[in-house]
Design a protein around this ligand. Structure first.
Ligand code: NAP
Length: 324
């Protein structure tokens, strides 16, 4: 099989598209013939050795795939060769084949095509868990989404609207803000312009926002925390800016608000039944047309480096997916 390999941690351009042996299959694993692979910010980090997981090189990046079951481990029940699936893999997806623990697979709904399925699990799983389990968002509450035209950002807008919240989208350019509006955002704010906090105040009638969804971090953290409503929940989702902010603890006291961590991968491992229930609901919402990944581009597997550069250089809106 062919794979886009990281032979040693380093720049994206050091990845090599090469012939590789099929990965060995353990008894509790399933081999998937990959049809498509979602590209996510962690893929940019993992090849540079900057992510929380550091696989032993050589490895292929790629944490979510769609495809068909090609081989089933001896201890696995419930899956057969030819089943249409989507799966999260942490890494290994930028390849023609990947193996995954059987409990990482979900059946691909008939209403979802392979490209959409490859761009679904990570972003929508994260945002649903964040908004439902971590923030307990209620209909009528105001949600501020930072990085709103990015992968997790768009999924957060769509899910929050489906749950009855009002959404303020925040991003760095007018073009990105218009994309967020087309995805359902009610109001827009550009966080690179002066008056960011004044605009949030104005949009919330001086109350502040109930829930913040923050995949960006860095310098945006403090002014955003200062813009929270009483009883607010600030969801720490990621640090796409490259900077992990420090929490000024006095602000949580003054605002009567909570700073709440979100780690979907760990939630999945520790609360698999709750995660499966989330996905039952997400697949229903997708089938009903209430949520839909915005796949802004597809790239052939051989051009995975271009896809990673686009993400790293802040040029992507929505999701990009590799076709295999
Ligand atoms: N906690 C979890 O369980 C979980 C799960 C999935 C992902 N994540 C994390 O969430 C973050 C976003 O992931 P994603 O896949 O949505 O990424 P993405 O599609 O690239 O979106 C990230 C957004 O961040 C903004 N940004 C600000 N500074 C940036 C910079 N220096 N470089 C790139 N983007 C920058 C960009 O919007 P503007 O240009 O509008 O600012 C961009 O649209 C990542 O840190 C990822 O690791 C966390």
């Amino acid at each position: 099989m062919r794979a886009m390999h990281c032979r040693a941690f380093g720049p994206i351009d050091d990845l090599v598209f090469e012939e590789a042996a099929s990965p060995p299959l353990q008894p509790d694993e399933v081999r998937i013939r990959v049809a498509a692979c979602g590209v996510n910010f962690p893929d940019v980090l993992i090849v540079q050795g900057k992510y929380q997981f550091k696989p032993e090189p050589p490895f292929a990046p790629g944490g979510e795939v769609s495809g068909t079951v090609a081989e089933v481990g001896s201890a696995v029940e419930g899956w057969s060769v030819g089943d249409p699936v989507l799966a999260t893999t942490l890494w290994g997806g930028f390849a023609e084949e990947v193996v995954a623990k059987a409990d990482r697979l979900m059946r691909r709904p008939e209403t979802m095509d392979e490209v959409t399925a490859a761009g679904f699990a990570l972003t929508y799983g994260t945002s649903y868990h964040a908004l439902v389990q971590r923030a307990a968002i209620k209909p009528g509450e105001t949600l501020l989404v930072l990085g709103a035209a990015g992968g997790v950002g768009i999924s957060a807008i769509q899910i929050a609207k489906a749950l009855g919240a009002r959404v303020i989208a925040a991003a760095s350019t007018p073009e990105k803000l218009e994309i967020a509006r087309a995805q359902g955002a009610d109001d827009l704010v550009n966080y690179t312009e002066d008056g960011y906090r004044d605009r949030l105040k104005e949009l919330t009638g001086g109350r502040g926002v109930d829930v913040v969804y923050d995949p960006v971090g860095g310098d945006l953290f403090e002014p955003t925390l200062r813009s929270m409503a009483w009883n607010g929940r600030y969801l720490v989702v990621g640090f796409a800016s490259g900077e992990i902010p420090k929490v000024p603890a006095n602000l949580t006291l003054l605002k009567g608000c909570a700073v709440v961590g979100v780690f979907w991968g760990q939630f999945r491992r520790t609360e698999p039944e709750a995660d499966a229930e989330n996905f039952r609901r997400l697949f229903e919402l997708h089938a009903a047309g209430r949520i839909k990944p915005l796949i802004s581009a597809t790239y052939p597997l051989a051009q995975a480096k271009d896809a990673l550069h686009a993400l790293a250089e802040r040029r992507v809106t929505g999701k990009i997916v590799l076709t295999v």
